[in-house]
Ligand binder design. Sequence first.
Ligand code: ADP
Length: 618
Amino acid sequence: MTAPAEKHVFQAEVKQLLDIVIHSLYTDREIFIRELVSNASDALEKLRHLKLVEKDVFDADLPLEVNITTDDTAGTITFQDHGIGMSRTELVENLGTIAHSGTKAFLNSLKEKGDTSDAKLIGQFGVGFYSAFMPAKEVKVYTHSWRPTDEHLVWTSDGTGSYEIENATEDQKRGCKIVVYLKDDMKQFAKADEVRRILEHYSSFVTFPVNLNGEKINKVEALWLRSKSTIKDEEYTEFYKFQAKAFDEPRYRLHFNADAPLTINALVFTPKENQKRFGFGRMEPAVALYCKNVLIDPKPKNLLPEWLRFLKGVVDSADLPLNISRESMQDSALIQKLNRVLTKRYLKFLEEESEKNPDGYGEFYKQFGIFLKEGTTSDFTHREQIAKLLRYESSLTEKGKTTSLTEYVKRMPEAQKEIYFLHALNRAALESGPYLEAFKARNFEVLFVYEPIDEFVMSHLGTFESKRLVSADSANLELGDAPAATGEALADDDVKSLCSWLTEKLGDAKVGKVEAGKRLVDSPVVALNSDQMLSPAMRRIMRAMKQEEAETPPKMDLEINPRHQLIKNLHKLTTTDADRAALIAEQLYENALLAAGIVEEPRNFVTRLNKILEMAAR
Ligand code: ADP
């Protein structure tokens, strides 16, 4: 007793969608395979849940798998699953109307643009079941729902405006069998090799077996969906190597699930080596985005911030609509939310690692610290959290040992108001220079920074735990009172006259302010940087980047040490032997530049020094 075929017209929006699908010139038609496999996998997933609560399920013992068969002679490709299937009403509701708000919004946006031929967009957008009409001249959906009392049905359409629902023969088992009758120029999708390639690309992590002509395709399981306690280290490593196409072992792995604010299953690997250690070479994002085991995007752009591009792995969120377009995905609120959750979680993970195993973290930092530094300069949202992960040598650490800013702040004596850092190419240069004296005398710690990017890091951070980060060579420091100074200082008036004499002799072009200060202990003079943005180190970097010939030395402030014998003698000399005093002033100035790492013309330097030595040896 079969009822006559029922003819239905598609809902207007479906018609519109099908029109775009069928007439699009989009070349990436293969995505329909992904869409149908993922629908089948969804239906199986739903059945799995259903079986937990329903006793009376039709064909209860059928295996939960997706079977794809190709028929080269008939020109068909068939997708069969024993999922929940569909009743007559469900066929009408699911395959005749569009319930998806996302799809509707997408259609509206096309309407607004007055352009319904945006073929490229449609392909990337994904249109779920309807994508079957890209390569098909006709689609048949044989189905029986999970309810034993429902009918055996077949839904048929050529996608042009209407569809028919008929009763089907009794041999249709529970679930769906979707037969795609391929257009003449789409026959490649009836070829097993071609379909295998596509399946391997899109469906290797579907949790149900995906079989092509009876052979299982998806060998690798969705490891990230399994409970952590059941996974062996080797499995993780194998998965990492497979998924990231890596040859090394992962340095860290972070496997976590979250339910709020989003459903996330993530398995993120930090590689052992930073391949791009020697520069900011471009790397593509390599944490793939999945929705319930189905690959959405292997290289999603905004899933993680740029500076985390060294990470590999998989993020699976059940909250993502499968048919989301790559373009709209990249700046969707959902992706931003995922990005925030993942970044926070990874940063927390690093923080824990740094506490649990500082040496291991040190190794990580050697490889990937440069990315963290980049993060502080580019990721405003996470800047403070990243800053906690930075590590530097300091005047209090041994060579090769580092401190965090948090530890630094904890050690700060009460009188110290700011965090100090000093840039040089190596530790020896920092320790022998005049800059540390003032800090040592006060017991203030100074961070030693060696990389050009550190200057940017410090200036982008600005503060840490509300304390200013200041270059120890800047002129305006809040150093507070000096400890009891030793030795008698030059009288204030004499200091004044010496300073103005120095300013005049050295000239405006070379020096800004010349003043007596409290920071020096053993050195007679130090060159300071009045411009916060342009420390001596920064100038050096800029010059190196421009690769220019040495220019005239930058204008610096000078601080003199009024207790230093040389300064006291120089003051006397200005009245008794002005020429000699001038020679010494020049040399003192260049000595200060040398200590700052910015001496330009060693030839003059040595000639003058020899003259002075000649006098001394007289
Ligand atoms: P989506 O999968 O994003 O919901 P589709 O257009 O791909 O959108 O499918 C529409 C609906 O049709 C699905 O939500 C589901 O209810 C139903 N459907 C599609 N394929 C199957 C299938 N293989 N088994 C059961 N139901 C299906």
